[in-house]
Design a protein around this ligand. Structure first.
Ligand SMILES: [Fe+2]
Length: 385
């Protein structure tokens, strides 16, 4: 009787408090046949996504299929929700809605389902997203880096990014100076990105050296979902095969700053073995264009992380038909055309105050660099090699 009363009290207190979405949703690991939606709630919940075709029907017209986050056959209870929707068609627009049902008495063998926090589709339009499509003739994407927690700058740089004008947005590293808590990364970039574009435009995370710092950095992968579950990966959109690399830290692994915990030399060596296979793959070789994103540049930089990038990754990219390498880290802008320095591909190092907006098609690449006021500061044309 006492236990029942306690459960009822807990239930009424918790349901009175309810459950709210805190951050998100934002799109991750979007492919031709799948996408993942990530969001957080202020209470433990079981989460799902409902998906409807973009066919003009009302979202409430029929019961929509539900996709749950589950692991080893059981639906996941938690605050950070990562729901993957699979079995989709390439290049197709879908509408989606997020749900999270609060779980009361989580430790009980019979948890109780409480209130539900859901995105609205009654008075508001549902979220829309479009799966990737290798047959599309062009791709348009934006890149920012080295934001170091300056959320107002981030918002100004990405102002105007919508599903209609942008296929992907890359955060090319050092989005905060260290990763200290969920609240911090939510405030710095996950929240602003969700509000600006990422509920409808895929957000692609590239780790910088600073993503490895801070007590919460070990948890970053709870919030960042990648196609292959690692921070280095490859995917195709339109004519471009994108390769995302993970630079690791900038100083030697034994530097006192890393407290004996850095193991990046070994990590980069393993990554290089993956990259060797990646550039030999049909997906890479058969793509009309190949664009690589890597936070630490292989030029203008003499620290250990730069040497590692030069020695482990660049020999594999040299001669592999790379059309553009996009970097950051230096907080200054440099553009080096193919063949001008030691590499046979162009390298654009973006500053920490500008956004690169790229359009790539079989004709080549146009990269427009814009400042926070939206002024175009540089226009780079790279013809198809
Ligand atoms: Fe950096």
């Amino acid at each position: 009787m006492k236990k029942l009363l306690a459960i009822l009290l807990l239930f009424s207190a918790a349901t009175a408090r309810g459950i709210e979405t805190e951050t998100g949703p934002y799109l991750q690991a979007v492919g031709e046949h799948e996408f993942t939606v990530v969001w957080t709630t202020d209470a433990d919940a079981v989460a799902w996504v409902e998906v409807a075709p973009d066919d003009g029907s009302d979202f409430y017209a029929v019961e929509r299929p539900r996709y749950y986050q589950s692991e080893h056959g059981r639906r996941t209870i938690g605050r950070v929700h990562r729901v993957t929707v699979r079995g989709l068609e390439p290049g197709t627009c879908y509408r989606y809605r997020i749900f999270a049902q609060q779980i009361l008495e989580r430790e009980s063998s019979h948890p109780i389902g409480g209130r539900v926090a859901a995105s609205r589709v009654y008075k508001h339009e549902p979220y829309r997203m479009t799966t990737l499509d290798a047959s599309r003739p062009k791709v348009r994407f934006s890149v920012v880096n080295d934001i170091h927690g300056n959320d107002s700058l981030l918002c100004r740089l990405l102002d105007g990014v919508t599903r209609a004008n942008t296929d992907l947005v890359f955060f090319n590293g050092d989005m905060t100076s260290s990763v200290d808590s969920e609240e911090q990364i939510a405030r710095a970039y996950l929240g602003p990105a969700s509000k600006l574009f990422a509920s409808e435009v895929p957000l692609v995370m590239v780790r910088g050296n600073h993503e490895n710092r801070g007590t919460f950095s070990y948890r970053l992968s709870d919030y960042v979902v990648t196609p292959e579950g690692r921070f280095y990966y490859m995917f195709r959109q339109g004519p471009v095969c994108f390769v995302v690399l993970d630079c690791g830290e900038d100083k030697p692994d034994n530097d006192i700053e890393y407290s004996g915990l850095a193991d990046f030399d070994r990590y980069r060596a393993e990554q290089a073995e993956w990259l060797r296979r990646a550039v030999a793959s049909d997906e890479f070789r058969n793509a009309p264009l190949r664009i690589v994103l890597l936070h630490i540049p292989p030029l203008h930089y003499d620290w250990h992380g730069g040497h590692e990038v030069q020695e482990r990754f660049m020999p594999l990219l040299q001669g592999a038909g790379v059309d553009l390498l996009l970097c950051g880290h230096l907080h200054r802008a440099f553009y080096t055309p193919a063949g001008e320095d030691r590499y046979d591909f162009p390298i654009l190092i973006n500053s920490n105050r500008e956004c690169v907006r790229v359009e790539a098609s079989a004709d080549g690449i146009v990269a427009e660099v814009r400042d926070a006021a939206g002024k175009v500061t540089r226009n780079i044309r790279i013809p198809k090699r």
